[in-house]
Design a protein around this ligand. Sequence first.
Ligand SMILES: [Zn+2]
Length: 283
Amino acid sequence: MPELPEVEVVRRGLDEHVVGRTITKVDVFHPRAIRRHVPGAIDFASRLTGRTVLASDRRGKYMWVGLDSQEALIAHLGMSGQLLVQPVGAPDETHLRVRLRFADGGPELRFVDQRTFGGLSLAELTEVDGTTLPVPVAHIARDPLDPKFDVGKVIAAIRRRHTEIKRALLDQNLVSGIGNIYADEALWRAKLHGTRPTDKLSRAKVTELLAAATQVMREALGQGGTSFDALYVNVNGQSGYFDRSLAVYGQEGLPCARCGRPIRREPFMNRSSYSCPRCQRRV
Ligand SMILES: [Zn+2]
């Protein structure tokens, strides 16, 4: 599932290719792709048609573009969603769900999604803590790459929780944008096992962990994100290559880069956690 770096790579593509353009035609090919837009496909298309894209933005794993109608077009990539910029007339992708055409006759924006867990929706904007956000995103906490991210406040909130540290890292109401991949990488860098209780961790250790999470996501962003499967691509259809730099995620049985012990995999919330048995003790 795309996490902050992957979503940010796609947002940058939207910023480059879509901002400033006026939408002239909207085709919805699969109702599931706009299921979060409750009024349906006809309403979705009519509210987008004629609108100009003013800016792009992101919080955590949510991205959107602001429109001159004071609404936002939100894109969720879900498990396998892609936003692709394609020349007019390029053959339709097998899993093409929504197509936007523009007044300048230039490249189209296509939402392609094999598993259709992702989708597009239109939403009103609201202001939260001095930042304008689409209403469905209003509850999502600031992410570590947000200039207004208040690290002291987040550290205090994590230490007040009675939970396991990995669960706290994945809680989008505490800190957003971190998913399974970057949580495991950050925990390895900070030499913490994910089941360690948050209320027993020192302030210094939580500080180190958040710094590690921020650093690993910045590095991933610099490499175009992690291609956790073949479906994650930027708007030009290219995949990232941070998977080559992963220390633990998906590395079961391979030697730890720090101590050489084989990386272990443990079940975690219907998925897996990866860690080093020596560097990351349970207690
Ligand atoms: Zn190790």
